[in-house]
Ligand binder design. Structure first.
Ligand SMILES: Nc1ncnc2c1ncn2[C@@H]1O[C@H](COP(=O)(O)OP(=O)(O)O)[C@@H](O)[C@H]1O
Ligand SMILES: O=P(O)(O)OC[C@H](O)CO
Length: 498
């Protein structure tokens, strides 16, 4: 093994992880900290940026301390982050002026509905690859500027900085020296023009976000800056940044057009690499940069499902049906089917391909025979059905039916889910030996810029397969299950459609 280590910071929706990788992309050490979710009103979700910052520093220190050679061997840092989550801070003090508004937050759905009614959506899609949905950062930033006293004026004077979590962490890690982000995070704001590769003045005007608050945008593998020496004992270069889902695509070595990965964390995000071509979706998927290296962009079609593991978390924390997430695997296996129970996990609205911010979760088909096991199975099945809907939309848009689906994220540890996915997608599902693809992707990007790895072919060779799940369900078995899902989905959206 060569001596160089890369520290990857994976700042996710529910936890902050720091993982040290060696030059063979093997995990050396890891530290993780779960943090508090704030729900100040129905449909609102916030995080405390100070807690995220404290956890980032603490987990990074812990991960490096666990390694035999400590901080000394760390060649570079890579950051992957929950995307869209919005922070605005004071450039002078470095203090956030409001709690971070999380990607799941629906508070700006009225603003989006108004813009849609004004006919802005086609233009928005053409410029940004996105749709008008409160998911993205732009309307969240405008909301903060409107609600915090004096913020809009300060923003226009250039006194405030906007960033997704990567940007906020970069600012703090560099002691306020660098206000930057990468192209994947920029592209989730509704303010970044994916074709011209610049902040879009018209979009800034439309969403009322002053350009003065926006960060500089770079390639994913880039020397962004260095940590202040007081943090970890010496300055460490920060040389890779990507939104977590793009980082996972990179960590899964999905470099060729037609390769696809699906990450099952809080939500589920499937990204299909479409190469240098930015495909416009006709099925309400997102067009998004997958990564930009040496100024060359590879694009992806993305399907975003807002609730995957979060439904399992709700079974555990919300209604106490289970005490541990992994129990869902055993429960699903105990029963022959879901007993006609369907869960539509629209807890924070529905993402792709429906984009219905006002839909809410529902459980259908309950009879007196329904048990805890059927409920757990229905929660897992819902994740499968939603992934199937995304894959069908991707195939319709791109003409590509991938040969295999690579999966990762905390929920991909669930064998039953992986088997059900293979059956529904009618594709082999491949799970890497280590599920931390997001962190590995951030490490790969940082390692590329730091000279630890020479290029994509070398990284491709470092990817290692764990388990493979082959489809075994017949069409006759699949058809009624899917019909039941379609019916449940229709019922969930129906009350507001009529
Ligand atoms: N064995 C399992 N079966 C089902 N769900 C699981 C399992 N293990 C973890 N999860 C779910 O996965 C999520 C955690 O995955 P993770 O990748 O850490 O999420 P994030 O990065 O979004 O914080 C939680 O929502 C949890 O409920
Ligand atoms: O925290 P995750 O892994 O669910 O990812 C969140 C996404 O980046 C939101 O777009």
């Amino acid at each position: 093994m060569r001596a160089k280590h890369i520290l990857a910071i994976d700042q996710g929706t529910t936890s902050t992880r720091s993982i040290l990788f060696d030059a063979d992309a093997r995990r050396v050490s890891m530290a993780q900290s779960e943090f508090e979710q704030h729900y100040p009103a129905a449909g609102w979700v916030e995080h405390d940026p100070e807690q995220i910052w404290r956890d980032t520093v603490a987990t990074a220190r812990e991960a490096m301390a666990q390694a035999p050679s400590g901080v000394a061997s760390v060649a570079a840092i890579g950051i992957a982050n929950q995307r869209e989550t919005t922070v605005i801070w004071d450039r002078k003090t470095g203090q956030p002026i409001h709690r971070a508004i999380v990607w799941q937050d629906r508070r700006t759905s009225d603003i989006c509905a108004r813009l849609k009614a004004d006919g802005a959506e086609d233009e928005v899609r053409a410029r940004t690859g996105l749709l008008l949905d409160p998911y993205f950062s732009g309307t969240k930033a405008a909301w903060i500027l409107d609600r915090v006293a004096g913020a809009r004026t300060s923003a226009e004077r250039g006194e405030l900085a906007f960033g997704t979590i990567d940007s906020f962490l970069l600012w703090r890690l560099t002691g306020g020296a660098v206000h930057a982000t990468d192209v994947t995070n920029a592209s989730r704001t509704l303010l970044w023009n994916i074709r011209d590769q610049c902040w879009d003045e018209d979009m800034c005007r439309l969403l009322r976000v002053p350009a003065a608050i926006l960060p500089t945008v770079h390639d994913n593998a880039h020397v962004y800056g260095a940590t202040t020496p007081d943090l970890f004992g010496r300055a460490i270069p920060i040389t890779g940044i990507a939104g977590d889902q793009q980082a996972a695509l990179f960590g899964q070595a999905c470099f060729s057009p037609g390769s696809i990965k699906s990450t099952y964390g809080t939500g589920c995000f499937a990204l299909l690499n479409t190469g240098p071509q930015a495909i416009t979706s006709h099925h309400r998927l997102l067009t998004t940069p997958a990564y930009r290296l040496d100024g060359r962009t590879s694009y992806a079609l993305e399907g975003s499902i807002f609730v995957a593991g979060a439904a399992v978390k709700w079974l555990r924390d919300g209604i106490g049906v289970i005490t541990h997430a992994s129990q869902t695997n055993d429960l699903a296996t105990q029963v022959a089917d879901s007993h006609g129970v369907y869960m539509v996990p629209a807890f924070v609205g529905l993402g792709a391909p429906h984009w219905d911010p006002d839909a809410r979760g529902a459980i259908y088909g309950l009879t007196l025979g329904a048990t805890q096991a059927h409920l757990a199975r229905a929660a897992l099945e819902a994740v499968g059905y939603q992934t199937m809907d995304l894959l069908n939309a991707m195939t319709a848009d791109s003409g590509v039916r991938p040969a295999v689906m690579r999966v990762d994220g905390g929920m991909a540890a669930n064998d039953w889910l992986c088997g059900f996915l293979a059956d529904l997608l009618e594709l082999p599902v491949e799970r890497p030996s280590d599920l931390e693809s997001t962190a590995r992707g951030a490490a790969f990007l940082a390692g590329l810029a730091a000279g630890v790895w020479s290029g994509l072919p070398e990284i491709e060779r470092l990817w290692s397969s764990g388990d493979r799940f082959e489809p075994s369900m017949t069409d006759e078995q699949r058809a009624p299950l899917v019909a039941g899902w379609r019916d449940a989905l229709r019922r969930t959206m129906l009350p507001r459609m009529s």
